[in-house]
Design a protein around this ligand. Structure first.
Ligand SMILES: *Cc1c(COP(=O)(O)O)cnc(C)c1O
Length: 411
């Protein structure tokens, strides 16, 4: 729980000022005027960090980037218009047509579709492998994969990766390791475990209030020697590495954001900063709640899935590597779609929505919504059975949540 104690004071203080406006200032301007032509040149060359044009970043977003980089122990961050925008930015900044990306474990529906359908249209192929299939991972890495992508907790299959072990493999084969940490801010710190880039949908837990769509990429520093990005396979970005320790920002912005325009807007960044102020408190409450609710539902005979339960195949890994929990999700298998629907409709507490990580407790039937465009074989591969309901636990009393869900299941 060390992170909570540290960030409980530090995060809000980074956001506010000791003098003048305490809340973060919103700078909605799309354009920024330069004092002189010389200053314009300095801004465009990167010598000056003053704002250039809002597609390349704005001061409110820059504040959010500073806080997120600090939170993650990173060199810097780039905020985006959504979580999917953050993933798209990483892929299009570092990959070329003909590259392969190794996708480890189960994935959020949007990410799965992006890697399975959309990126292949542009010549970037997603190869999928099971969360603990290290033999397959090594074989694919040996064949020259440039990037490995995984989620810190599978959504909704709740499989847990061994992040350190995957990071070591990526180190050995000079592959970039990218972790989508959307479900576990503060409780998993992928950069400290050997990842190169961390992705967030800030829409979820970092906001908590469902009031702003957003995403972020946080990156480690680029070293002057023994740097995997100096491998020949990254030759397309070698010129940009001259920018020094923060070169990944130049790679992300100049090779993707400048041309695709997935930039964050100032008002969304402001709302996200408000959410961040209470993140440590909310994270602690939610992760304690999930374990309590899972236990109560299990005791009541519901087919509940969560790594804190001994019935989960990775319970031992959960105990060993996820000391502070693994985020707000648990799933309940109601066996048939009809029973899942009547369970969800009978609940008085759940908000039925496609979101996760909200301050309220949310629920959704998976196969008829987010996963409806996939065939049954694909759904099963992603852990989505016919009656699967995903629950995202909120800040309410765990007893009240469990009582409502048990009553709904018996209705
Ligand atoms: C929601 C989500 C995303 C996509 O984020 P958006 O902000 O909705 O674009 C990506 N990864 C995970 C794990 C998510 O839960």
């Amino acid at each position: 729980m060390k992170h909570y104690e540290y960030f409980n004071t530090l995060l809000p203080q980074l956001i506010g000022e000791k003098e003048g406006a305490v809340a973060p200032e919103i700078t909605p301007s799309a354009a920024f005027a330069y004092r002189s032509s010389e200053e314009a040149e300095a801004i465009f060359s990167g010598e000056s960090s003053k704002p250039l044009y809002a597609r390349m970043g704005n001061p409110t977003g820059a504040k959010l980037e500073t806080v997120l980089a600090k939170m993650e122990g990173g060199q810097g961050a780039v905020v985006t218009s959504s979580g999917m925008a953050a993933i798209s930015m990483v892929l299009t900044a570092f990959c070329e047509s003909g590259d392969r990306v190794l996708c480890v474990g189960g994935f959020f529906g949007g990410t799965y579709a992006l890697m399975h359908e959309t990126m292949p249209r542009f010549g970037i192929e997603g190869r999928f492998c099971d969360i603990d299939d290290f033999e397959e991972m090594e074989k694919t890495l040996q064949a020259g994969v440039k990037m490995v992508l995984c989620e810190s907790v599978g959504n909704p299959n709740l499989k847990l990766p061994d992040i350190r072990r995957i990071a070591l493999l990526c180190e050995r084969y000079n592959a970039l390791f990218v972790v989508d940490n959307t479900l576990t801010p503060l409780i998993v710190q992928p950069l400290k475990m050997g990842a190169d880039l961390v992705i967030y949908s800030t829409t979820k837990i970092i906001c908590g209030h469902s009031a702003a769509l957003g995403g972020a990429v946080i990156f480690r520093r680029v070293e002057s020697s023994e740097e995997k990005l100096r491998d020949e396979k990254f030759s397309a970005i070698h010129a940009l590495l001259k920018k020094g320790p923060g070169a990944m920002a130049a790679v992300l912005k100049k090779r993707s954001m400048r041309d695709f325009g997935m930039s964050a807007n100032a008002f969304a960044s402001f709302l996200t900063l408000l959410g961040l102020e209470t993140l440590p408190l909310r994270t602690k409450r939610v992760n304690e709640n999930v374990e309590k609710v899972a236990k109560l539902l299990h005791a009541a005979g519901l087919k509940v899935r969560h790594p804190s339960l001994e019935t989960h195949e990775q319970h031992l890994r959960y105990e060993a590597l996820f000391a502070d929990g693994c985020g707000p999700l648990l799933t309940i298998d109601m066996k048939t779609q009809q029973r899942a629907f009547s369970f969800l409709n009978a609940s008085k507490l759940l908000t039925l929505t496609a979101n996760v990580g909200d301050n309220r407790t949310l629920g959704l039937h998976m196969a008829s919504t987010i996963y409806r465009d996939f065939d049954e074989a694909e759904r099963l591969k992603l852990g989505v059975t016919e009656g699967l309901v995903r629950i995202s636990i909120g800040l309410e009393s765990p007893v009240a949540i469990a009582e409502d869900l048990i009553a709904a299941a018996r209705a």
